[in-house]
Design a protein around this ligand. Structure first.
Ligand SMILES: CSC[C@@H](O)[C@@H](O)C(=O)COP(=O)(O)O
Ligand SMILES: [Zn+2]
Length: 212
């Protein structure tokens, strides 16, 4: 491993560890769910690598075995006994499609409910709520649709749907009755987007109840 990659790996692991502790404190990783990743530098544009959470870990704990480096196909690029997140292939596809720098996945009650409530239209509509601006969409009374894809147990089957449904304007995609993937150019932006999505999903859920 080059010195440059090693330095970047250490920086990225530190950043991911801080995000992980913060999200765990918010209750965003129930039952070991969720996964995080961040791109590491030093690769050509057509090849890339990223750090991803190891599968099945207690994400509230901080240990030396929380992350590993994988390539653009999701395979480890260093000798390790750790298994990358079971959902690594979804991260690979999102990096390929968007060129983003960080991807965060969490399960919450609100994102799970709205992903099922609006399953028939395959997207959650959000209308005119101020926090849409967190996605760099500045139109007054903007209306957005957050795409929802199937939650197949076989992760490779989800990947083509992510490819087809991903909307470059919207930095997130829902898996039905499962959770959200949110991304950004770096950890700061991915976290900002995720917080905005979770706010908007709670808003949509509560508004749907009020309107019943
Ligand atoms: C423990 S239930 C959640 C998992 O099935 C999965 O959806 C998830 O988010 C975490 O998987 P992981 O392999 O630890 O990254
Ligand atoms: Zn998940």
């Amino acid at each position: 491993m080059s010195d440059l990659l090693l330095e970047d790996k250490q920086r990225v692991y530190r950043e991911l560890d801080a995000v992980k502790s913060d999200f765990a404190a918010r209750g965003w990783f129930p039952g070991t769910s969720g996964n995080l990743s961040m791109r590491v530098g030093g690769f050509e544009p057509d090849r890339f690598a990223f750090a991803v959470t190891a599968s099945g870990k207690d994400k509230a704990a901080s240990t030396p075995e929380d992350f590993l480096l994988v390539d653009q196909t999701g395979k480890p690029i260093e000798a390790t006994g750790l298994k990358p997140s079971a959902e690594t292939l979804i991260h690979c596809e999102i990096y390929r499609q968007t060129g983003c720098g960080a991807i965060f996945h969490i399960h919450s009650v609100y994102n799970s409910i709205v992903s099922d409530l609006f399953w028939e239209r395959r997207a959650v509509p959000v209308e005119g709520v101020e926090l849409i601006k967190a996605f760099n969409i500045w139109d007054e009374e903007a209306v957005i649709d957050v795409p929802i894809v199937s939650n197949f147990a076989d992760i490779p089957r989800i990947v083509p749907e992510v490819k087809e449904r991903l909307d470059r304007r919207i930095p997130g995609i829902l898996l039905r009755k499962h959770g959200i993937y949110a991304w950004g150019r770096d950890a700061f932006e991915a976290r900002k987007h995720l917080e905005a999505f979770e706010f908007l999903f709670e808003y949509v859920y509560r508004m749907a109840l009020l309107k019943r």
